[in-house]
Each structure stands twice: as C-alpha cells, then as structure tokens.
Design a binder for this molecule. Structure first.
Ligand code: ZN
Length: 305
C-alpha cells in the first residue's frame, strides 16, 4: 500500500477520489432539516423508554429516568436539579417519577444535560415547560438545545431526530458550578461523542457520610455513515477531545458512577475505580473504531489504481 501510495499519479487519483467522496457526502448531508427529517425510526427507543420505578440512589440523589435512559434528580429544600430528560416521550413519566419520589416538578430549578442528542435531551423542553427551570449548558450544547437541531460537527448529524427547542438556556464553562440552595454541581467538558459533551460531579451527604457522584457522559465514537473521526473537517479535534475526556474521567473522585445509559456503568457503579474502568473501556472501543477508519483508506486504494 505504501509503495503504490508513494506514486504521484496514485496520490492524485486518491486525492481526486477523496474529493469526490467529500462532495457526495456534502450533497447527501445538505440541509439539516432535510437530512434530519429522513431519520429512520428509533428502534431502541421503546426498549430504552420502558418504565422504571424511581428510587433513591443515596441521600438527596435519586433516579427518575426510564429503564434505559437516565434522569437524575438532586434535591434540596431550596429546589432541585435534574440531569438529562431522556426522550420527548419520557418527559411525562419523569415528571411522574419526581412526584412519586415525593417532590414537586415545579421545584426543579435547573435542568442539565450530558449531551444534546434526542435520547438524553429530548424531554428537556417539556420538563422545562412543566417546571419553569433554567437550562445550563456549554456553548455547543446550548446552541443545539436552543435550536433543536445539531450542526455538522455532530458526528451523528443527519441521523439524530430534531428536538423541541428549549428556552432560557444559560451558558456554563468547563469547571463552572451550578448552585441550587446547598446543591452544587461542577461541569466537566468531556467532548468526543459530541463536541459539547459534559460530565457532572457533585457530593451527596447523609449524616457524616458523603459520596462523590460522577455523571459521566457517553464516550462512544458513534456516527452517521460517512463520518470519520480520524478525518472530519467538521469536527477536526474529535480524537484529541476523546483523549482529553478519558483523562478528565480518570482524574475525578469517583464514589458512584452514573451514565446516560445506565447499563454502561451499572456493573461498576460503586467501584472506586469505576470512572477509570469506564474511560478504559471507552478508549478500547475508540481504538477499534479508529482501526475500521484506517481500513476505509485501504478500501479506497484499489478503486484509485
Ligand atoms: Zn448520543
């Protein structure tokens, strides 16, 4: 492969082919709404959205999500914080779960998000309408939550359904804190799955016992067909972002690990090494994915010859 690639004529042909592929991709992906309206039905959604009895995880931290999509409620007498709101159709069941736990939806002051895809942010607009909460998000995610549409820098651009736009979306920066009464959460930029991926940490205490919680964002390199993490012009920092995110999660105090898809962390949830194991597993999956992308160059070469 290396010798054939070193020939100037082949190089030109490969470049021409690459340009042709880029042009075809650009044509395929032209117009966010056009591409996004053509999304296939979400086959996993009904399974993810199965009912789940809400429960207390520890102290003032509760699980109020569906069976396969997290929604985490952190409560105080001065108001509550909700992280993630699953699918649009999850909003009603999440509100019912909040009530079943003995709290008022209207007391949710702030809604946070792991990443702005329809399966974790789809219910935000409706829960915001019910609660009057403010949404806090990092800039890339804030733009998606406000508009309901993702830009081309989203690896899943074109396959992720539109969302209802959220209002009152305020920005937060990496390392910033969100406070509601005594509840205080820290935002950690953990991009890669999307450029705006955010993990959240906070401490919950019961009597003298305190636990450091980590809500770690998805770290899977999943994309629309044609998107290459190794060569994306729209998201050129994708791999560096993933590597940075792995290091961030390796460095946090990890008493209990929670994730947007609960099954991604359930096995290690209370293992003190859980965040490192989560990052390790994600690093391994990324490396497999990148190998398949390297293979896609090999596929191009015979065509060019
Ligand atoms: Zn996602």
């Amino acid at each position: 492969m290396a010798t054939s690639l070193s020939r100037a004529g082949d190089n030109r042909r490969v470049r021409t082919l690459a340009l042709a592929i880029s042009a075809a991709l650009a044509a395929t992906l032209s117009g966010a709404s056009q591409a996004q309206q053509a999304v296939p039905p979400c086959e996993a959604c009904a399974e993810w959205n199965r009912p789940q009895t809400p429960y207390r995880i520890f102290a003032n931290t509760y699980y109020a999500g569906a069976r396969g999509l997290s929604a985490i409620l952190i409560t105080s007498r001065q108001g509550h914080v909700l992280i993630d709101a699953a699918l649009p159709e999850s909003a009603g069941p999440i509100a019912a779960s909040v009530r079943a736990l003995g709290f008022k939806v209207e007391d949710i002051r702030v809604i946070l998000n792991s990443h702005a895809h329809f399966d974790h942010a789809g219910g935000i607009a409706e829960l915001q309408r019910m609660s009057g909460a403010t949404v806090r998000a990092m800039p890339w995610s804030a733009a998606v939550l406000r508009s309901g549409t993702a830009p081309r820098s989203d690896p899943q651009f074109g396959i992720a359904p539109l969302m209802s736009p959220a209002r009152n979306v305020e920005l937060i920066s990496d390392g910033g804190t969100v406070r509601v009464g005594p509840v205080s959460l820290t935002a950690h930029a953990t991009p890669g799955h999307t450029p705006g991926g955010t993990s959240w940490t906070w401490r919950s205490c019961e009597g003298p016992t305190c636990i450091d919680f980590v809500y770690a964002d998805s770290l899977t390199a999943v994309s629309a067909d044609g998107f290459l993490f190794t060569r994306s012009l729209e998201y050129p920092n994708a791999i560096a972002d993933f590597e940075r995110s792995f290091r961030v999660l390796e460095g946090v105090s990890c008493g209990i690990l929670l994730t947007p898809h609960p099954e991604a962390s359930r096995a290690w949830m209370k293992n003190p090494a859980a965040c490192r194991m989560y990052a390790d597993a994600a690093r391994e999956r990324l490396s497999k994915r990148l190998k398949t992308e390297a293979g896609s160059v090999d596929l191009a070469i015979p065509v060019a010859q």
